[in-house]
Design a protein around this ligand. Sequence first.
Ligand code: SF4
Length: 289
Amino acid sequence: MTHILDATAAGDQDFLAPAARISGNGTAGLIPMTDLEHADRLRRMREGTLGSLHSWELVTAVDGPGVRMTIFLAGCGLRCQFCHNPDTFLMRDGEPVELEDLLKRIKRYRKTLNASGGGITISGGEAMMQPHFVAKLLEGAKELGVHTCIDTSGFLGRNVTDSMLENIDLVLLDVKAGIPELYKEVTTGELQPTLDFGDRLAAKGIETWIRFVLVPGLTDSVENVEAVASIVEKWPNVSRVEVLPFHQMGRDKWNRLGLEYKLADTEPPGRELIESAREIFRSHGLTVY
Ligand code: SF4
């Protein structure tokens, strides 16, 4: 997903065309609980009253409908070759933030979010690395009458309990490849947990948007795009598919972190390639953006 072309933004959402950034910068406006003892920090994270936050921001026309407060949590178990925000990989690199503090901020923007048909989107990193915190955040947001969305790879879908699902209005589900071997090559993880999570969302009828990052030479084969489309077409709860063109905005972060960036020489896909991928999804009866 790509919002705003902002260096502080995180997560898979960083692949959409730029929309609009309204406000937000890192963890601005929140009080980091940096004085907590390590044991207290762990205990509070386990009980879900403390989260490890990378950043938050207000966006429009990305990360779900309307104006959204997107909350980027720190930590991810995958290592996608095309990750735009490798600085979210480690949970310990996030700022410890209290649930109540974050809910106060959501409350502050509630009118704006609701008036636009928007809400909150919990992203990352991988949101489901912190399931206890996310569960309480979703519950608190629903109590405030705010639309809720999670942005996830589905890799940790097993961490999403049925009661959490009851507090989720929309899921942005990233399907990074449709061929298991390729999924492993792209992400280092297995495809099956994403399929299982997608099946659960379908069984529950939870609205889902699919995101697929089109990377020339990696994910762009007809065979792979067809495989993703064949997976997604079985989920009647999917109301849109977003084909997100790969870009190079994450390259400097990989370099700064001293990590090997395999896509350093990969060009973004051209218009024709993007359109042909979208056409494959359309041919499976899917609504594509
Ligand atoms: S799921 Fe992949 S793209 Fe998203 S934060 Fe993790 S490594 Fe990056």
